[in-house]
Ligand binder design. Structure first.
Ligand code: SAH
Ligand code: SF4
Ligand code: F3S
Length: 442
């Protein structure tokens, strides 16, 4: 009998892809996805723990599902992702109505855990994190998710131990996925009509280099191989650590035509003393030098970044150095956050915490300036003709469509003919607003 599955996903692309995998695995057991939790037989909450706020969002939604469960005792409630990994069985002490608690490495066992929870009427907890874990050679069905663009997980975990970050504790050691398995998944997707692939992991540019999961191909070879699949139009990747950005990877932006001219390169801070205490392993000079070289190879590349304000001990001068970095690089976009203490992360024990008001004021100042820069970069596109991949129709008015440039900017444009997501066409840019460009098809 068909059953219904509801998944709520928080956090990064790794979690988004993990949610798709869980939906696909339960899909093979005749589960259909619903967008109404009250109808579901299984509810999965895939959580994120990157900042205190993200974790709180997860905890507050468990409360909502408690009420559902009171009305419908057969409902199976599974908590997955980084909060599940971090809290493990302790979650059950606070919330005994949860049926399954499982970490990111356990997602492939979801169907058997659901069966066990039903059969034994006992909570199931799987939060092992093994450095020997192997990402399965899973060939996804195309039942769930957008058909024209997909994520492929190429690695799990992280070995970098930035002092603010919880990821090495929630996702474990860095594990590269088998090269042939990635190629198998990519080939399968493209043969089913997928036009754009994004290779994802916490630190993709160190792919293949580490320990037991060493691959004979590094990240540039992987990019070349995936780009070589006939029918793939666009290739992207995220996220990269600046210290692992090699000259060979930069050259890929010239040599691989389908590799999109967008690079997400988290800087975190513009101050060397903060970077050092963050354990980022680069100086701001080395970072800026890499940006300059990247732009020599590919002058039209769009750069985006992540920034933390209010790291412990951040002085006015440190923050001014971060503001200066915005001026020097001129990012197309930035995700910026107030520093937040995380369990196990070293910086939680650092002295000189910055008070909330200072963090709030710095973040507002940084975001305001970044918005001006991003808008100016968008305005500079006016008059250009760019290639756009169609994402879908706008809700209103009629004949309005939305798509993305290779540099990953949203373009809304008019076109009288019927288009399909994944179509590529040329658009003349006529206007720019904060979050998107406007144009007409030519
Ligand atoms: N692996 C990726 C980032 C993962 S987390 C990378 O290294 O680039 C995404 C972003 O969240 C980080 O880049 C950082 O800017 C932010 N972040 C991580 N931990 C944080 C914390 N404790 N407080 C505030 N922001 C944090
Ligand atoms: Fe966290 Fe640093 Fe690893 Fe990124 S590189 S996931 S910020 S520890
Ligand atoms: Fe969040 Fe875990 Fe991703 S903490 S950002 S879901 S790796």
């Amino acid at each position: 009998m068909t059953q219904l599955l509801y998944i709520e996903t928080f956090g990064c692309q790794m979690n988004e892809r993990d949610s798709e995998i869980m939906a696909q695995l339960l899909g093979e057991q005749a589960y259909l996805q619903t967008d109404q939790p009250e109808l579901a037989d299984v509810v999965v909450v895939n959580t994120c723990s990157i900042r205190g706020k993200a974790a709180h969002k997860a905890y507050s939604c468990f409360g909502r599902y408690k009420k559902l469960k009171e009305k419908k005792p057969d409902l199976i409630l599974a908590v997955t992702g980084c909060v599940a990994q971090q809290d493990g069985a302790a979650l059950l002490e606070r919330m005994p109505y949860i049926d399954i608690v499982m970490g990111p490495q356990a997602i492939y066992t979801l169907p058997s855990l659901v069966a066990a929870a039903r059969r034994d009427k006992m909570p199931q907890v799987v939060t092992d994190l093994s450095a020997e874990f192997v990402i399965p050679p899973f060939l996804p069905s195309l039942a769930e998710g957008p058909a024209h663009k997909r994520f492929i997980t190429i690695m799990q975990g992280c070995d970098n131990f930035c002092t603010y970050c919880v990821v090495p504790y929630t996702r474990g050691r860095e594990i590269s996925r088998n090269f042939a398995d990635i190629m198998g998944e990519a080939t399968h997707l493209v043969s089913h009509g997928v036009k754009e692939i994004t290779l994802i992991g916490q630190n993709v540019n160190s792919y293949g280099k580490k320990g037991a999961h060493r691959q004979s191909q590094g990240f540039p070879e992987l990019l070349r191989a995936v780009a070589g699949i006939d029918g793939l139009e666009r290739l992207r990747f995220t996220t990269s650590h600046p210290k692992d950005l090699s000259e060979e990877l930069m050259r890929c932006f010239v040599e691989i035509p389908s590799l999109c001219p967008h690079f997400h390169l988290p800087v975190q801070s513009g101050s060397n003393s903060i970077l050092s205490r963050m354990n980022r392993k680069y100086t701001i000079e080395a970072y800026l030098d890499k940006v300059a070289r990247l732009r020599e190879y590919r002058p039209d590349i769009a750069l985006t970044t992540d920034i933390i304000v209010g790291f412990p001990g951040e002085t006015d001068d440190d923050f001014a150095a971060t503001m200066q970095t915005l001026e020097t690089v001129r990012y197309h976009g930035s995700y910026s956050f107030k520093y937040s203490d995380r369990p196990n992360a070293k910086a939680a024990d650092f002295p000189d915490k910055i008070v909330e008001e200072v963090k709030t004021e710095r973040l507002a100042r940084l975001q305001a300036r970044q918005e001006e820069i991003a808008l100016a970069l968008k305005q500079a596109e006016i008059g250009r003709i760019v290639e756009v991949m169609v994402e879908g129709a706008s809700k209103a008015p009629a004949n309005q469509w939305s798509g993305r440039t290779g540099s990953n900017q949203i373009v809304n444009f008019s076109c009288a003919s019927q288009l399909v997501p994944g179509d590529l066409l040329m658009v003349e840019i006529e206007g720019a607003c904060q979050n998107s460009l406007r144009g007409k098809m030519i």
